[in-house]
Design a protein around this ligand. Sequence first.
Ligand code: FCB
Length: 454
Amino acid sequence: MTYFFPSGFEWGVSTASYQIEGAAELRGRSVWDTFSETPGRVLNGDTGAIACDHFHRYRDDIALMAELGVRHYRFSISWPRVMPEGRGAVNEGGLAFYERLVDCLLEYGITPHATLFHWDSPQALEDRYGSWRSREMAQDFADYATVVVGRLCDRISHWMTINEIFCFTHMGYGVNQVPLHAPGTTVKTAKETWQTSHHALLAHGLGCQAIRAASRQPCSIALVDNFLATVPFAETPEHIAAAQTAFHTTGTNGGIVFPALTGEYSPLLLERLGSDAPDIRPGDLETIHQPLDAFGFNVYSGSVVRAADNDQGYETLDFRESYPRLHMPWLWVVPDGLYWGVRHISETLNRPDLRVFISENGCAAQDEVNSQGEILDLERIFYLRQYLQAAHRATAEGYPLTGYFLWSFMDNFEWAWGCDRRFGITYVDYSTQQRIPKASFHWYADCVRENRVV
Ligand code: FCB
């Protein structure tokens, strides 16, 4: 196999504001500032206050991106950098930064793809009404989207509303336990948690409407989600059917990607949730189910399912200790998760019309600079090559997969794991802010140049 992608396939890299920008003193506080400053929440007490100092070094970073050869870059805009209080007054300096960043990308012929929310919500809104616990958050997000799009729509036509609703709602609010992500609120019932993700879905819906209304040029709008792809144990009709059924109730799929793409929570999930289901007001599902131009799928792993003779008709198989895994507890290597995720959107969610791009894929590895000054991250190449082959299969079978953004362009602040876990294809020496392309950087440059998996 030569693994050539269709012409026009979009090769890119991905990052997020809190994880790379730094320059915390030039913006409002976000919930991740508070969370990471709270002892015990982030490994080694790391914070995103400086991170990769990308705010000051973006020109050099974009020059390196141009060397990589990618023509697409996905980054996120920091809500508290644009609106320090979360609503109302706008920080000119914040908007001016994103203008400079985007102008620099355009100078290099790199198309900007902007995510409006990648977890760093304004602390002011946490203080005011508890962030996603309140429905007000959805309207405040839409107002913020109006400001950003109104200002940047002459330069940006690819928008994503929200990144991974599960991670800042279900992981940000814990039922009777301390959650792993900001804002780090402990709630008493699962229903309260489902209410936060429902509010985030409303924010997505109102955000879509706000973007369309504010953009003075035609634009593409996407939601980005890390739904959990169920992979059939073997590709036989019975195991495929099992994987399709399991897709509803695996992770939070039935309550996030289902309503966003079909306009309904999965009935199987609602049945399972019973009184833990969120309150849904009349009209909410219409608001949430906005027309989308594309869907961004963040994929790192997957869940393996087989048909079983039990009530639900399937079982989910465990990964044993010796199953291949990279440098995160959840990073089981399941390349077919990429292929099946794309296929589930077309078939299980019955959205064959919806264009999909991989908005994140990558892995953490124990990267070190060797005596020749190189970082030989062979396991990252091994991992990426298999996922790209799965992406190739999806395109070869005619599924509408049109692009791939590698996570991440450079090492960065990996949330609760701080700077300890390195996902970049560029190594960052945090003591000097030196950037060193890893072996995977050069390998990926070859893939991009040749439009195939090398
Ligand atoms: C995803 C996040 C991204 C990064 C990767 C490793 O869940 O969207 O910010 O942390 O995982």
